[in-house]
Design a protein around this ligand. Sequence first.
Ligand SMILES: C[S@@+](CC[C@H](N)C(=O)[O-])C[C@H]1O[C@@H](n2cnc3c(N)ncnc32)[C@H](O)[C@@H]1O
Length: 300
Amino acid sequence: MQDLWSHLAAHHKNPPSECVRSCSEGLGGGPYDGTMSNEIQTWHYGLVARWWAEFNEGGNDIAFFQNVIERCGGAALEAGCGTGRLLLPFLRSGLDVDGSDVSPDMIAWCAAKAEADGLSLNLYTQAMHELDLPRRYRTVVLCGAFGLGGDRSTDLEGLRRIHSQLESGGTLVMDHHLGKYNLDSDTMWQIPENLELPGPWPDKGDRRRMSGGGELELRTRLVGVDMAARSIVREISVLQFDNGIEVANDAYSIVICSYSATEVENMLIEAGFGEVRVTGTLEVQDPALDAERIVFEATA
Ligand SMILES: C[S@@+](CC[C@H](N)C(=O)[O-])C[C@H]1O[C@@H](n2cnc3c(N)ncnc32)[C@H](O)[C@@H]1O
């Protein structure tokens, strides 16, 4: 993991072409500049990607999505696979699953983890609304990756692209977090009147020790709300410490579009899916933790 980090760090000082594209087109986010962009703006780069690689493993949702892939049979794709929290366990279980993600850094960590485990897989650095892969799949999994980085038109195009990656009769299974501002309404998007923007950074960050030594500390805050677009912008800061001394820091921002369950259902139908089912919350140990999380299964 340490070697990969040195590689990625060097990569960013002297980026190869795929990275130049993401940096020059603003795909990598960067500190919030007060505007909302139509380009993909996410925060899963640099030290944030490293945070994911170090600390985001396991979860009860892995078995849930794996069951769907096994039930549907055939090859699967996880779009927005990140550092492989779900994808790597799928592969370890012998399933034929490819991965795609907009962030080359997340993909690089995923590839390194797969290699360390002796797993071979197909990984693609592609934004969802630009998905164009050589295979057709029986199942596409979307976990924690819908509504990120773009706007309503890129999100709809992403669902269309997923639809065209599926075999006829194939299944999209996706989770969706009902935004905290639209929990109980399909038409109203309500913001607390006294909301302070940009919001304050939390006093205390989430500081954790990495496997190879050193620590990372993460904070996030709300910096923008676009009522018309029904999207928010959050900013993230990750600091790296060696022996208690700060040695690196990264800050990025992410756009998150808010959708009601009905809106997602309508988007799926508009994207070409014939049958859409809302299967409710995932089976988790503590349902209270996932009270805002619903799952859609849609048939191509
Ligand atoms: C919250 S992480 C989830 C990762 C993984 N699915 C999991 O559950 O552990 C979201 C991932 O989606 C990717 N992502 C966000 N917006 C995307 C987009 N528009 N197209 C493709 N990938 C995107 C991010 O780079 C990130 O790796």
